[in-house]
Design a protein around this ligand. Structure first.
Ligand SMILES: [Zn+2]
Length: 169
């Protein structure tokens, strides 16, 4: 399915179908920090246009992916070139800033399967964080300082496992 942010460029020579192919291709570009998530799952991929034969890809980095942006840019160029789009340009837009709201539902499911609790709708302390392993709501914050990809560590009272929570930003 094509994301809601998908925009059809009026000056595209190849038309909408070709842009959809490119969106699908770019699903192969993963976030180096969280290799189960593509830049499309994360909402890092903002726009794809084709102007005079050149593919223009617009991305907005996540807070965790900043040092990984060079890798992501290289990967986008490589994937496009390997699929018959050698001429590409990658634009980075920092404003509006990336937010966890841009993460797709598919992305949240993949994150949970990876063992990281996906971002909820709020960072309110009253919000129940579900254990990604057993779905229990009986979880407790053990550290506000997780790795860059998760930012907070929780422990589940049910299965006793510690897990990361991807905070809402
Ligand atoms: Zn559990």
């Amino acid at each position: 399915m094509v994301g809601a942010q998908h925009k059809v460029s009026e000056v595209s020579a190849g038309g909408d179908a070709e842009l959809q192919v490119i969106w699908t291709l770019l699903d192969e570009v993963k976030d180096p920090e969280i290799p189960v998530l593509s830049i499309r799952d994360l909402g890092v991929l903002r726009d794809v246009e084709k102007i005079k034969g050149k593919v223009i890809v617009t991305i907005t980095p996540t807070y965790s992916a900043c040092p990984a942006m060079d890798t992501i840019r290289d990967d986008i160029g490589t994937v496009l070139a390997a699929s018959g789009f050698p001429d590409s340009e990658i634009k980075t837009i920092l404003s509006p800033a990336w937010t966890t709201d841009w993460m797709s539902e598919t992305g949240k499911r993949k994150l949970e399967q990876f063992g990281i609790a996906p971002p909820g709708n709020t960072n309110s302390p009253e919000q129940a964080i579900h254990c990604p392993r057993c779905q229990s709501e009986e979880t407790n914050l053990i550290s506000e300082y997780g790795s860059t990809a998760c930012k907070a560590m929780y422990r589940c009272s049910e299965c006793k496992e510690a897990f990361c929570y991807f905070k809402v930003i």
